[in-house]
Design a protein around this ligand. Structure first.
Ligand SMILES: [Zn+2]
Length: 106
């Protein structure tokens, strides 16, 4: 992940998404990059107003300069992303364990 691309991704998330609970616009500090798995980027959006955490997966293409093809916002657990089918359930479970571990350490 290039730093410049990550900044653009955060700007896009700020431009297109608001907190689904209280409709507050996200600020830069609300958005955290969790990691990349295959062609997916995982972002966590934490509303500074009501503290609602939202997980976002962003599909990036492997070619060229990694264009954002699609962004999906989902509430709750990462397991829900298994519905997409492109990532296996075990990979999601592993990623979820990784996130939980990272959160405990930070
Ligand atoms: Zn909110």
């Amino acid at each position: 992940m290039k730093p410049r691309y990550l900044q653009e991704l955060i700007r896009d998330l700020q431009a297109f998404y608001k907190c689904p609970s209280c409709d507050t616009s996200y600020v830069f500090d609300d958005i955290r990059f969790l990691g990349e798995l295959e062609s997916y980027c995982f972002m966590q959006l934490s509303c500074h107003n009501c503290s609602l955490p939202v997980l976002a997966t962003v599909t990036v293409s492997a070619q060229a300069d990694k264009q954002i093809r699609k962004t999906d916002l989902r509430h709750g657990e990462a397991e829900q992303f298994t519905a997409k089918g492109a990532i296996s359930a075990s990979e999601i479970a592993e990623f979820h364990r990784w996130i939980s571990r990272s959160n405990r350490l930070s």
